[in-house]
Write a protein that binds this ligand. Structure first.
Ligand SMILES: [Zn+2]
Length: 339
């Protein structure tokens, strides 16, 4: 099905560079990382192939395959202003990945992707985030089509119009280096930001479909994204983002919930013991049966859970060893950018 061809880049507000002629490469980062194959990270020069860079930089990764399930991880609503996140005790953590933008972890971290300089350059966006002539913007989009990166870019900027609403938010954003600085290393002016934020709101109101549907949900709970990923994506039971990076923390996390479950089981067993001491329940066959079943569960449950945690750690260890061996073997062939 052919889509309506997108209109020109809707933002014209220049807030970083005014009246200067610059080359397209000036707004781009120094280098960028991407995965050429699973576990094969490559560092590239964004100026070598700007459309390829934009497609990777503005990619939502596996999150794009989970759009139908995002309701489970966060409600559809505009992003909460930054000062309120801080007031709720969340720690703003800079994560330069589009798929991690506005994901929050249970321990209080909120991942925020800083605004890339090139997205505040309307001339660059007008020129580079436009599909090549003749593109029909079909669904699914072709290799050269830039309709999805463009929607992601507008959605991402729209979240910033919501995140930075007052001057307090603006100060927090500058303090955390979420906004690019001008040529002379001075911060963007508040008045300029207001103009841009209002232009973004107008764009969103005029054409809500111009924004990628991921950004209609704003903040997403990382633990639930991990759950969705475990049950809907391949390989199965893999979390979206691993919160732990060593076996000590894996055991610590699992022992925490096992200790809580053991306390609960002990409470139920104590209550059952008291129940069995009463005359009324001593002759109750159903209660006797339930007590028998729960006692067997209380003996076997913790042992099985512990064995499963040890097996999980062994499987992870085996996978890590295999990937290290695979990398070691591939390193025989020289590849200068492989890290
Ligand atoms: Zn297109």
């Amino acid at each position: 099905m052919a889509r309506r061809h997108p209109s020109p880049w809707p933002l014209e507000t220049e807030i970083l560079v005014k009246g200067k002629q610059k080359s397209a490469a000036d707004a781009l980062p120094a280098t960028y990382c991407y995965y050429e194959a699973p576990r094969k990270r490559v560092v590239g020069n964004p100026a070598d192939d700007i459309p390829a860079f934009l497609r990777r930089e503005l990619s939502l990764g596996a999150l794009a395959n989970m759009l139908n399930h995002l309701w489970f991880a966060g409600a559809k609503r505009p992003a909460t202003p930054l000062h309120f996140h801080v007031a709720m005790g969340r720690e703003i953590t800079v994560a330069d990945r589009m798929d991690l933008h506005l994901l929050w972890a249970n321990e209080g971290r909120l991942f925020v992707k800083p605004v890339p300089r090139f997205l505040l350059d309307p001339v660059f966006c007008q020129r580079s985030l436009q599909c090549p002539g003749g593109c029909a913007c079909r669904d699914p989009p072709g290799d050269a089509c830039l309709v999805i990166p463009r929607k992601v870019a507008l959605g991402f900027l729209y979240t910033y119009a919501c995140l930075i609403s007052s001057e307090s938010d603006f100060h927090i954003a500058n303090e955390k280096h979420l906004l690019p600085r001008k040529e002379d290393d001075s911060p963007i002016e508040w008045a300029d930001w207001k103009t841009l934020a209002r232009a973004l709101l107008r764009t969103h109101e005029r054409d809500p479909a111009a924004v990628h549907p991921r950004f209609l949900h704003a903040e997403l709970r990382l633990s639930r994204i991990n759950t969705i990923h475990r049950f809907t994506q391949l390989p199965p039971f893999e979390p979206y983002l691993r919160g732990r990076h060593n076996y000590g923390s894996l055991f610590r996390d699992n022992l925490t919930w096992m200790a809580a479950a053991t306390v609960f089981v002990a409470l139920v067993l104590t209550a059952m013991q008291v129940g069995l001491a009463t005359e009324r329940l001593q002759g109750d066959a159903a209660f006797q049966q339930a007590s028998y079943g729960f006692t067997v569960f209380a003996i076997l449950g913790p042992m099985c859970a512990f064995v499963l945690v040890v097996l999980g750690a062994l499987v992870n260890l085996l996978k890590d060893l295999l990937s290290l061996l695979w990398e070691q073997r591939n390193r025989m062939a020289p590849y200068p950018h492989h890290i």
